[in-house]
Design a protein around this ligand. Structure first.
Ligand code: NDP
Ligand code: PMR
Length: 411
């Protein structure tokens, strides 16, 4: 570059300078001035080139030193099930905020790739990673890969979001580990995942674990306690026996697909409370669960009949007021991950009202407006919701904790 500048100067600029200075210009008498000018121009060219070179070579490593590795200042977020519904919408919201690097823990990498392309995910801030929650081995392999990927950076957020809903099955479907599928995918594997990811979170200054619960797992409301079957773990007889084929249900009773789903949501919410009691003080991690609203159009309802899928969103929108679109549900979960007011641990977060337009009906909260109210930042409708007696039952929590540990060999 330096040599080029000199050649360009002597061949092209020199005659032009002579012309522009006019006929009175005498090269011999003005030689010192021209040389000085030439020197100054070269100095500017050279120092610009040198600066660019320094920027290219030195700045990235300097940045790495200051900001801590390849993720820069971004916080590391792990979400299960970013290939669809709530997980996808939340990943989008996080990527838009530009403060996060999202690890999407998904069962189907090819599907994730297509979804990421269609949704325009910023792939510099998004890393898909394979996990099949129907397999404990897969969960273990995932956490090992995650540990290598993060290097010495802590994981800042873990979201247990993925789930399946199998309400129409007459008989249970089993996983390779011998558990009922909803039980293992929604609950057992998330328990194992959390126990293995938590040690990677303790160095974070603002670590949060969020479980996606639901109004249908919390029976102190119309949506939870008024629609059969109702979530109920009874005495956990099934889980205490290992909940392996042929025992499907945690309560040990006959298989009921819709109840199984609701029981897994109840178990996740109880787990949030156990994690809070056992680990919040010692680790600083904030544990919370949420009810994002009824996202009635997601593929979660893929196994329901076509008529149900058609009318359910209408019923939820105009009768119960509990409907929420994917984008808004994503922004709700994003708030719990992002808002400084959501660092509180042991909370079951919910929101008032339905979609932003025409907000007013408070039914989707699945409860009374009781909590601390606004979390600020324009998200005034969030609140700490009441948890049912079942979710807060300490004796059952202890049993749930012990049996789940035994089954997943998490501890
Ligand atoms: P979706 O079906 O749209 O998304 C579920 C996600 O879980 C998908 O990404 C799916 O992957 C993934 N998943 C399923 N099985 C596995 C597996 N074996 N291993 C790894 N990932 C798996 O459902 P929603 O977005 O509606 O649900 C998200 C969460 O919100 C769930 O926990 C649900 O219980 C909860 N919820 C939903 C409500 C609603 O009204 N929809 C209401 C209250 C709570 P893939 O894309 O490959 O299918
Ligand atoms: Mg429900 C105000 C009440 C309310 C709320 C907030 C929900 C949420 N539902 C309510 C009421 C009712 N539902 C009523 C009155 C009925 C009877 C007509 C009813 C029925 C119903 C069915 C058949 N609702 C359902 C189903 C499902 O299959 C969904 C389910 O239970 O999936 C597990 C469902 C839901 N209702 C909700 C929410 C959020 C769901 C999805 C549940 C979830 O993912 O947790």
């Amino acid at each position: 570059m330096f040599v080029h500048a000199q050649v360009a100067w002597s061949h092209f600029y020199w005659p032009k300078v002579r012309l522009s200075l006019g006929p009175s210009f005498r090269p011999s008498s003005n030689l010192a001035f021209v040389s000085m000018l030439r020197f100054l121009v070269l100095l500017v060219l050279e120092s610009t080139a040198a600066w660019k070179w320094m920027e290219n070579i030195k700045m990235p490593s300097l940045q790495n030193l200051q900001r801590g590795g390849r993720f820069g200042e971004k916080k590391l977020v792990v979400i299960t099930g970013t290939s669809s519904g709530l997980g996808k919408a939340t990943a989008k919201a996080l990527l838009r905020a530009n403060d996060y690097h999202v690890v999407g823990a998904v069962r189907d990498l090819e599907k994730m790739q297509v979804v990421a392309e269609l949704e325009g995910f910023d792939m510099d801030s998004f890393t898909p990673m394979q996990v099949d929650l129907a397999s404990f081995e897969s969960v273990k392999a995932f956490t090992e890969e995650l540990d290598k990927f993060r290097g010495d950076r802590p994981i800042d957020r873990l979201v247990c979001n993925a789930a399946v809903y199998q309400p129409t099955l007459a008989y249970p479907k089993w996983t390779e580990d011998g558990h009922e599928q909803q039980l293992q995918i929604n609950y057992l594997s998330h328990f194992l995942l959390t126990s293995r990811v938590m040690p990677m979170m303790t160095d974070s200054e603002d670590a949060r674990v969020v479980m996606i619960g639901s109004v249908t797992g919390n029976d102190n409301t119309v949506g939870g306690g008024g629609v059969y079957p109702i979530a109920d773990l009874k005495e956990l007889d099934g889980l205490e026996l290992g909940c392996k084929k042929p025992i499907a249900m945690m309560d040990g009773y006959n298989f009921n697909g819709a109840k199984m789903y609701k029981d897994t949501k109840l178990a996740l919410m109880m787990t949030t409370n156990m994690l809070h009691e056992r680990f919040h003080r010692s680790t600083g991690i904030a544990f919370s669960s949420i009810y994002p609203g009824c996202i009635a159009e997601t593929p979660l309802f893929r196994e329901k009949r076509p008529w149900f899928r058609k009318y359910f969103p209408i019923f939820m929108k105009y009768i119960t007021g509990g409907y929420v679109g994917e984008e808004e549900a994503g922004s709700r979960l994003f708030q719990v991950l992002h808002d400084p007011a959501c660092t509180k641990s042991g909370v079951y977060w919910s929101w008032n009202g339905g979609p932003r337009e025409g907000r007013g009906a408070a039914l989707d909260t699945g409860g009374q407006i009781t909590g601390a109210g606004g979390a600020g930042g324009g998200w005034e409708s969030i609140f700490e919701n009441d948890q049912s007696d079942k979710v807060l039952n300490k004796d059952l929590m202890q049993k749930l904790w012990e049996s789940t540990n035994e089954i997943t060999k998490a501890e």
